[in-house]
Design a protein around this ligand. Structure first.
Ligand code: GRF
Length: 224
């Protein structure tokens, strides 16, 4: 399954996908292109170093979010992309984009959703005083971080934490969780029933039958 990654920043999650892909552990997912809305961001540099195709589309060059989304779709389609991974992509996608790739857009968020959606998830967790924080990989819907949850990983919040130390601890988990989910989605192991997402042992055409689904369901996603 051809995968396109969209990013806006440092691209450490992109790097974890690249590393996994380069050692052959992302298959049947295949990275084909990285798009960014910020010229010169580190994510683009990482993609270039890995020999991946890249494109830059600045949202500022478009009159509306929908026009921007149409241009994004065209770029991704020109590379045959079937699965889109938002890895620190700081733009909200409209139904114009999402309608083109139903249940084929996933995002990683640095909080245990539905707690602390939006920006600065780590700071929100610290300010609230929670004892556990973490990350979530979810399908993207038209809301902000509201789509069906595929997988989560938790980390402790330590008394001495500041935003940076908590961000790093969460990122370590992000870098394991995102490639594992990308591989599972590409392998057809991810079954969505309304808001509920099951990760199953192997792709099964009849996995939607409740008995088969119960038999095949994994307790957690396999690590890559
Ligand atoms: C990560 O914390 C991710 O969860 C959030 O944006 C950040 C991107 O970091 N969506 P990086 O660019 O992958 O280093």
């Amino acid at each position: 399954m051809k995968v396109g990654v969209l990013a806006s920043g440092s691209g450490t999650n992109l790097q974890s996908l690249i590393d996994t892909w380069q050692r052959g552990a992302l298959a049947p997912a295949d990275l084909v292109v990285v798009g960014a809305n910020v010229q010169g961001c580190l994510a683009l540099e990482r993609a270039g170093k890995a020999g991946l195709a890249t494109f830059v589309l600045s949202h500022k060059a478009f009159a509306s979010r929908e026009d921007f989304d149409r241009a994004l779709v065209a770029e991704l389609r020109s590379h045959g992309v079937e699965l889109i991974v938002l890895a620190g992509f700081m733009r909200v996608l409209t139904p114009v984009f999402l309608g083109e790739f139903p249940q084929r857009v996933i995002n990683i968020h640095p909080a245990l959703l539905p707690a602390f959606p939006g920006t600065h998830g780590q700071k929100q967790a610290l300010d609230y005083g929670v004892k556990l924080a973490g990350c979530t990989v979810h399908f993207v819907d038209a809301g902000t971080d509201t789509g069906p949850i595929i997988a989560q990983a938790a980390v402790p919040v330590l008394p001495e934490d500041d935003e940076d130390s908590l961000r790093q601890r969460i990122l370590t988990e992000e870098h394991k969780l995102l490639p594992a989910v990308v591989r599972a989605v590409a392998a057809g192991q991810v079954v969505v029933t309304g808001r509920h997402v099951d990760v199953i042992r192997e792709a099964q055409s009849d996995a939607k039958s409740p008995t088969k689904l119960a038999e095949a369901r994994l307790r957690s996603i396999d690590p890559v």
